[in-house]
Design a protein around this ligand. Sequence first.
Ligand SMILES: Cc1ncc(COP(=O)(O)O)c(C=O)c1O
Length: 436
Amino acid sequence: MKIAWQKNAALQKRAFKVLPLGVNSNFRFWGEGITPYLSKAKNAYVWDADGNKYIDYRLAFGPIILGHAYDAVNEKVKEQIDLGTLAAMTSELEIEVAEKMVAMCPCVEMVRLACSGTEATMHALRVARAYTGREKIIKFEGMYHGFQDYTLWSTYAPVESYGNARNPIPIPSSSGIPRLLTEMVITLPFNDPELLEKTLKSAGEQVAAIIAEPCMGNCGAILPQKGFLDLIRKKCDEYGIVFILDEVKTGFRIANGGAQEYYHIKPDLATYAKAIGNGYPVAAFGGKKEIMSIIGHGVAQGGTYTNYKPGVAAAWATLTLLQTQPIIKTINLRGKRLMEGISKIFSEKGIPHCMNGYPAMFAYAIGVKKVTDQRSWSASEQEYYLALVDAMIERGVMPDHDPREPWFLCYSHSEADIDETLNVFREAVKAVERKA
Ligand SMILES: Cc1ncc(COP(=O)(O)O)c(C=O)c1O
């Protein structure tokens, strides 16, 4: 590192002794000597332990939609803390959050709250299995639905291990995932309508749920090809399968009603976390009344912290602001300018690339003209991507160190932040040699 890094390095050394990899999530470990440690976060900025300030485009992997430590959210949370952080009783605020979700999210008629995206997808899968009386699920290669065992398949493995695209092999993304679960998961490349239809022809009657992110929010923000989400909807109806749209990244971010509003698509169930609470642990899953109402009637769902008051208060404040202020509209304008600026800088340098995702959550793949699934994305230049990220970090702009992870924008990113980011991006492209 060419910037002050002594305190980051010292904290990492200490952390290595007591935390595996020196962090509390594998994704926060970038490597020895390059992993930053946080001192504070406010609005669109983070400061590391050495006091280096960055314009933050990681935003905690997406939850921060308004800005870090956003005053209006913190005030509501503080009010609730004084009224008690947790009780085994439902409060009016929880009902109001559910009412707001029903008003904002097209498919949501009933909701249950949870604490994380992993929990939300886990519960949604159980409900789908209970509703259909079937056990198999279909998930798409490169999509991530949290750390529960049912869907952590074919997520990060080198795509060479996935077998032929006509007959994909589900690969567990961790040791410790029971092999027996292979029987319950079918993995498919995203955006392949023929393969989806062929698979359903042979296995459709055994499938409880198709779970999909609307775009590949954990693999370069690859967009759905025209008609692909509609096809999932149609086929789920045809085979009696529950369509679970995982809106953990897109919900309350790409539109107030998430990808459902954006694409005019109604899944049966949807899962939410991240932007719903602007950085507090709160999540939800919801959908059709007919399906959700089986909860409590032979279907178990709950959790000690699922009405954690600071989280509920944060969701209440965040959703209220989204409903009443031009938040997504403002983010979209700034994000669009940033996306276009980045693309222009690449084009001026003659660097082939494609931009993916949405202004509030975008990514770019270098050295490839088009990506439609994890397999085609894997041909992009990831080493060069990382070298550019390192050059940006040294200059005060922080995207994630993982090329699969999108750049996230929030309401606190100002026009001046976008200008500064584009200046830094231009300098980074100038400074880093591309060996293609
Ligand atoms: C689409 C998607 N689903 C689920 C999850 C899991 O959420 P959490 O980290 O809150 O458990 C994530 C996390 O990044 C995600 O991106």
